[in-house]
Design a protein around this ligand. Structure first.
Ligand code: GBH
Length: 480
């Protein structure tokens, strides 16, 4: 695929998230987020690390901008640490001007460098105080009002500088990993060996519901008070991987594929586009799935200016027999890496859940486009880890052909979705600009197009893939 098929103004670049790169947890008035406290609990992070230093990006804004410039990126997606801006988090708590000034300066510098900022308001790092004060994401009235206030604070601070706002990154992860499996902060689940409190069968659905409402309220604030004068767009970013049946001849596996997409994606996207939850979830979860009032449904319906799509891989899906586990969150099915004949969906990487399968990216974009009435899509994350990368010598790490090929294949699939399937995709952010704190996996797993030397003063070394992404887009984007 070398023909220029993407529109001239296609927005491409790289993504990161505050807790994964910033470090400086106590500087200029920042308070703890739930990830700061979660990392302190022994056993939660594979290498017992934390985001305390990470890539030290809080102190290296200029370096990061130079890095972005060297890739040719047109945009940078990053997230704001809520507890830098409002350390205690709440709508009646003090605003930290130093925290705001830090991000405003960063945005000004990005713009001066010709790079469009794309801001995520929430990439999982809830102010810890809100979790302690009222149960954080579990508390509908308080959380929705506090998030809307925080969002408004940022809209006001940035004004017309920012044209792309993302309310939440992957609410599925906050809800399921934070309140069902307990793998992510705040780590609540039914398993008492892992957590003193929590109910995996109920809390995740409440949290998902509250995140949706908080999204809708923030969008309302933006549209009513800022959009006309500032001219930006706002949406939510959802994760979602493609599914293929374990046995394509078995109708139940085929149906399970659709159900998996609904439990992963439509859980959030159906309310945002249609004002209701998918039927398959209502059926399986019964009254454990909260209900929207008429007013809430109306507020949610149509609350995306664009669809933010995070996508990494695909799975084979096999339906399950027998009674449904009350803690099930994926639609009573199995996620597999091999099909009925033992064929792998893609090569192994360092992440157990991730095996590249580029055609699935094109198929999922078409699926989203069909189901949601051709929304404008911005791909807000896509990328891969590489098996054993962390153990290689530096010169081998920098020659990351596997990752480079991943990007050629996936960006090629995106171009096909646009030019052959009529999908309205207008942007793409590769994950990630640099290696960073990979949540519960710590620093063992690397996703960057730039190597970060954590033991050598966080020095950055661009890998081959840092150049390849730009080269691919240079061929694919029309010059006029
Ligand atoms: C993204 O999520 C995140 O937005 C980003 O912060 C992160 O660094 C990046 O991926 C790379 O991981 O552990 O078996 O329960 C990607 C979507 C969905 C992938 C949940 C991992 C957990 C599978 N993630 N999934 S499991």
């Amino acid at each position: 695929m070398t023909e220029a098929v993407l529109p001239k103004d296609f927005v491409w670049g790289f993504a990161t998230a505050s807790y994964q790169v910033e470090g400086a947890p106590h500087e200029d008035g920042r308070a703890d987020s739930i990830w700061d406290t979660f990392c302190r609990i022994p056993g939660k992070i594979a290498d017992a690390s934390s985001g305390d230093v990470a890539c030290d990006s809080y102190h290296r804004q200029n370096e990061d901008i130079e890095l972005l410039k060297s890739t040719g990126a047109r945009a940078y997606r990053f997230s704001i640490s809520w507890s830098r801006v409002i350390p205690l988090g709440g709508r009646n708590d003090p605003v930290n001007e130093k925290g705001i000034a830090h991000y405003v300066k960063f945005v000004d510098d990005l713009l001066a460098a010709g790079i469009q900022p794309m801001i995520t308001l929430f990439h999982w790092d809830l102010p810890d105080n809100l979790d302690k004060r009222y149960g954080g994401l579990l508390n509908k009235e308080e959380f929705v009002a506090d998030f809307a206030n925080y969002a408004k604070t940022m809209f006001k601070a940035m004004g017309s500088r920012v044209k792309f706002w993302i309310t939440f990154n992957e609410p599925w992860c906050s809800a399921i990993l934070g309140y069902n499996t307990g793998l992510f902060a705040p780590g609540r689940c039914s398993n008492r060996n892992k957590s003193e409190c929590g109910d995996s069968s109920r809390e995740c659905w409440i949290v998902g519901h509250n995140l949706l409402l908080a999204h809708a309220h923030a969008v309302k604030v933006y549209r009513e008070e800022f959009k006309a004068q500032d001219g930006g767009q706002i949406g939510i970013t959802l994760n979602g991987d493609w599914t293929e049946p374990w046995d394509p001849e078995d109708l139940q596996d085929v149906e399970a594929c659709e159900r998996k997409l609904e439990f992963a994606i439509s859980w959030f996207a159906d309310p945002v586009y249609f004002g209701r939850y998918p039927e398959s979830m209502v059926k399986q979860l019964g009254d454990r799935l909260p209900k929207f009032t008429e007013e809430e449904a109306a507020l949610l319906k149509g609350s995306n200016d664009f669809y933010g799509m995070n996508h990494y891989c695909a799975n084979y899906i096999k339906h399950k027999e027998g009674p449904v586990d009350p803690n099930d969150f994926s639609g009573h099915l199995e996620l597999l890496m091999e099909d009925k004949n033992g064929k792998s969906i893609g090569p192994e990487t360092q992440s157990v859940w991730l095996r590249p399968h580029a055609i699935g990216f094109r198929k999922l974009m078409k699926w989203l486009s069909d189901r949601y009435g051709k929304p404008t899509i911005y791909v807000t994350e896509n990328g891969t880890s590489l098996k054993g990368e962390n153990d290689l010598p530096l010169e081998k790490i920098l020659d990351d052909e596997f990752r480079a090929q991943y990007f050629r294949d996936y960006i090629g699939a995106l171009a096909d979705a646009y030019s052959k399937d009529g999908v309205d995709v207008r942007g793409y952010m590769a994950w990630s600009l640099m290696d960073n704190f990979e949540w519960a996996e710590g620093y063992e797993t690397r996703f960057g197009v730039t190597y970060v030397d954590y033991k050598g003063g966080q020095k950055r070394y661009p890998k081959k893939s840092a150049k390849v992404v730009g080269e691919v887009f240079d061929k694919l984007i029309k010059k006029e």
